[in-house]
Ligand binder design. Structure first.
Ligand code: MIG
Length: 667
């Protein structure tokens, strides 16, 4: 059941698609205080209550014990004490005999103190008492999640090739760099479906342009890559270069589609291209205009994009730059002895973007509104611009799109990647945990930069990370400029990489089927064990294993030099390792704790008893998968059926009976 409450004059975020009546009385689940100081929701927590949700945030699956702040930010250090990252996912779930879901539809800065300040109190607070609060009750956490997902609309479904493996790196410059990557993969028989183009492909970092020296004919190059069954996926940044004669800039100015400053003039910002303007994605007309721009690249054969810097990430504005320069001058005027070094370091830090949120405005369909009141919608609306345009431009084929920043509601238009992580073992664990929380909020198409974005990865870390990436819908190796080469063929014994990524392709019929069905039925693709086994206290404590679809459990190794790990089986399962030879090593295991050995080139799989996986033969790209010849793998004690979802991989007409095949397996 859903109870909806309105406070003040909320911003219409369109996160919720269901039409629900507002209640007049106060919420039942907690105490609400509203005044000029803002809004506070307070609820007492039982000792045993776990808090789930909050999507893209640091720490564990159970969020209790820390403060999380929704204030989208380009934050390259995902440290344990980070309060905000790139996205705002204001949905919480509380476990217990009467589980509860809470959604705070508020696009400004809002904080969630989950038993941090006071161990048994949940406090949610924001500066303005203008919001919608939804309370959702139900039999179980799973049911509450489903109700929430119905309320917020069907999750985006990527084309099937986008579940293939992708290679990315910030720093690939020209055609030759891309050819080398594809050659490295194909020569070593490591599967590959996509290579990502980072900002260097553009002419002077201008969106929807291509540097002609590096890519004399991008259309041709796209087909050359397609001949090798590889999709090129370019990045699009939020900031538009200020340049006389650059059509996107000129049109935006002429039509008044950029964010404005206090005086109503286009707001000066700066990002990769130097001085920029930021499109006003909160304005429906500006969205339509910007979305149509993607056509420039789609006409060349491009069928996938990633949207970056849309928190928005603003390096500086005219005002912050002038202030910083003034401070710098004052600093330099002081005698050397009086100028402690840390003061100098502090000056550079002041160029951060968070202070500029009060300096600019949107035209939200006729209403002028200051940015800080709607900050967390920016990435959502940028990606909505793209997603809505794709439906117009490409009515028959799904297009790949994922974003860095998001808000709940954006899950209908695209996926997200998990931002600038590091090549740290702790970030592999964070990836596992965050993915579960994102699934609760509707972001099914998601993945982290496998191997880690910043810092130098190790062969072992990359292999272990890939062995988890095998399960995530977005499976992409991405790394930052100036870090060590991170393509799989750069490491010793590339056949180990070929095998691990190969397991992904063997599992794809199942993974794709579970992914699409989860989206169509408002289910989670990944679930914490606590969601499936709420009455099993041990299962509820597990933070490093996930259920995936109806029959599979993932239990990755994420510790350096570990030869294996302890696994908790909440029921009897078949433990499977697919060996490089193609043979299966299987072991029947009873409910309970087990220690498993896992080599660096192995992917441990756990299949629930009386469930099975349909496996394909190995393939080097999605197009080459043979799904007419599937092998069934499982520990079956009775006749068992599985409903396989299988379509052409790109149709938008998804929910039709012909796409379902009933498979069965007998003991
Ligand atoms: O300021 O485009 O998160 O994936 O490689 C850095 C360069 C800008 C941040 C993205 C990252 C991308 C990088 N971008």
């Amino acid at each position: 059941m859903i109870r909806k409450y309105r406070f003040g004059v909320p911003v219409e975020t369109e996160a919720v698609v269901q039409d629900l009546p507002c209640r007049k009385e106060m919420p039942e689940s907690g105490r609400v205080l509203t005044d000029e100081e803002g809004f506070t929701y307070i609820r007492a927590l039982e000792k045993e209550t776990a808090i789930y949700g909050l999507g893209e945030t640091v720490r564990g699956i159970n969020k209790r014990g820390w403060v999380y702040v929704s204030e989208n930010e380009d934050r390259s250090f995902h440290l344990e004490d980070a309060r905000s990252l790139y996205s705002a996912h204001n949905f919480l779930l509380l476990s217990g005999p009467e589980p509860l879901g809470l959604f705070f539809d508020y696009p400004g800065r809002i904080s969630f103190d989950a038993g941090f300040t006071k161990k048994d109190i949940l406090t949610v607070s924001c500066d303005h008492a203008d919001l919608y609060l939804y309370e959702i009750t139900g039999e179980s956490l799973k049911e509450i999640c489903r109700t929430f997902r119905k309320m917020t609309g069907r999750s985006y479904i990527a084309p099937k090739w986008a579940m293939g493996f992708g290679q990315s790196r910030w720093g690939y410059k020209n055609e030759e760099d891309f050819r080398q990557v594809v050659k490295g993969y194909r020569e070593n028989h490591i599967p590959l479906d996509a290579v990502y183009m980072d900002i260097d492909y553009m002419d002077a970092y201008k969106d929807f342009t291509v540097d002609r020296e590096k890519f004399p004919d991008l259309g041709n190059f796209v087909s050359e890559m397609k001949d090798q069954k590889v999709h090129l996926v370019p990045i699009i940044d939020a900031g538009i270069k200020q340049e006389e004669g650059y059509d996107v800039c000129m049109e935006g100015l002429e039509k008044g589609f950029f964010c404005t400053d206090r005086e109503g003039k286009p707001f000066d910002t700066a990002c990769w291209p130097g001085l920029t303007y930021h499109p006003d994605f909160l304005n429906a007309k500006a969205r339509e205009w910007f979305g149509n721009k993607y056509r420039v690249l789609m006409d060349l054969g491009i069928d996938g994009f990633w949207n970056d810097m849309n928190e928005p990430s603003i390096f500086f504005t005219k005002r912050t730059m002038e202030e910083a320069r003034k401070k710098m001058r004052e600093f330099l005027a002081k005698p050397a002895g009086d100028t402690p070094f840390f003061e100098l370091a502090g000056l550079a830090g002041q160029l951060s973007s968070s202070e500029v949120h009060k300096d600019f405005y949107h035209d939200m369909n006729g209403t002028r509104i200051r940015h800080d009141r709607v900050h967390n919608l920016y990435g959502y609306m940028m990606t909505r611009a793209a997603g809505e345009a794709f439906e117009r431009i490409s009515p028959d084929r799904r297009i790949l799109i994922f974003s860095r920043s998001s808000y709940i509601g954006m899950h209908r238009y695209g996926g997200i990647w998990q931002g600038d992580n590091k090549s740290w073992w702790s970030h592999l664990l964070l990836n596992i945990q965050m993915t579960a929380s994102l699934n609760m909020c509707g972001f099914l198409y998601t993945g982290a930069d496998l191997g880690g974005f910043g810092s130098d990865t190790g062969r072992d870390l990359l292999l272990r990370w890939l062995a988890f990436g095998v399960f995530t819908p977005l499976m992409r190796n991405h790394s930052a400029i100036h870090t060590r080469d991170q393509e799989c063929y750069q490491f010793e014994d590339p056949e180990d990489f070929a095998h691990v990524i190969g397991v992904r392709y063997r599992l794809l019929p199942y993974l794709y089927s579970e992914y699409v069905k989860a989206a169509l039925n408002d289910e989670m693709y990944f679930r914490p064990l606590a969601f499936d086994y709420p009455d099993d206290p041990m299962a509820c404590d597990v933070e490093d294993q996930l259920m995936l679809g109806e029959g599979l459990m993932a239990a990755p190794v994420y510790v350096q030099n570990a030869a294996g790990r302890y696994v908790y089986l909440p029921e009897d399962m078949l433990f499977v390792k697919i060996l490089p030879s193609g043979e299966m090593e299987t072991q029947r295991m009873e409910k309970g704790v087990h220690y498993i050995h896992v080599e660096l080139n192995e992917v441990p799989l756990f299949i629930r008893k009386d469930h099975f996986l349909p496996l394909a033969e190995a393939a080097e790209c999605v197009e080459d998968l043979d799904e007419d010849n599937l092998t069934m793998l499982g520990w079956i004690t009775k006749k068992t059926e599985y409903l396989l979802y299988h379509d052409d991989g790109y149709t938008r007409n998804l929910d039709v009976p012909e796409h379902y095949r009933l498979l069965s397996m007998e003991p």
